[in-house]
Design a protein around this ligand. Sequence first.
Ligand code: MRU
Length: 357
Amino acid sequence: MSRPHTAPDRSFDRIRAVNWREGRLRLLDQRLLPTREEYLSIDSASDCARAIRDMVVRGAPAIGIAAAYGVVLAVTARHRQDPKHWKQAIGADLTTLSAARPTAVNLAWAIARMRDAIAGAPEGDPVAEVLAAARRIHEEDVAANRAMGRFGAELIAPGSSVLTHCNTGALATGGYGTALGVVRAGAASGRIVHTYANETRPWLQGARLTVWELMRENIPVTLIADSAAAYLMQQGKVQWAIVGADRVAANGDVANKIGTYMVALAARHHGVRFMVVAPTSTIDLDTPSGDAIPIEQRPEAEVVACGAQRMAPEGAAAWNPAFDVTPAALVDVLVTERGVVHAPNLAKIAAVMKHPA
Ligand code: MRU
């Protein structure tokens, strides 16, 4: 008897880490991946801020989307407590959410959009209206990722291999991903035949999350130690390095996961093209250059240990910046949902931001 033929899923878009269900925010707990797949159910703005701070949800766009739903939780609670004065009371919740992590500008951007939704919400029952605003942020992000995936993949010659850093996929966004969106689109069109993932010490977003995500989609991936990236390029194994961003300054400097700068330097030396994939919600015209981007410092404990296993001697000092800044001069292309910016600079970034959404 012949088996029914099921076509392989070539959309490569089956993972959602942030969703809203029955009045609660559900977050796939990324601290537990890849060994456990568990969702946390969040029902207050303060728990949402804690989940962002503790890396239950991480990745610039995903942080913004989670915070937008966190605002919905705040509106629900404040309106229930005091239907007349809830708009004044909610300021404290917005401050708590905004302060959860400093570098990804998508957080401040999403809170600003939700502030506008609150201003326009009816006094009667505001929840449906602010929830619609949060859902729009989420849906727009997925649409932006799909557009960037197409634009980015078109730049890559068929049969290429690429290197990526950190996790920029469905887990880091509303779905599909930024740099991993390009990998998804490139895998679907045959332009990208292989992806190397930096492990991304100390949180191991590459080893734990990117490799899990690509294996889940049946996209070929090989894990490397961060320290192998320059040698990989010297061996001619990749044609592109493709990364996301937590904040792009007005002049095109890019803050992204610690180690990105090192990848960009090695890429320039070896003639490997360096692509940054970021929606316009990650571009911050109020930050003139990379020097002005606040860089999150995380606990020493994350460096002296690997998971539960202590690596360095008791009492060892460690420095743990979570992000670094790649100067615009090292970026070959910046891919946004509005199009591709070659050799980004102040004028080209201003032009892309003027373009209507
Ligand atoms: O500390 P994280 O895991 O939140 O850092 C994430 C990154 O640096 C990503 O590269 C960036 O947010 C872009 S994700 C689409």
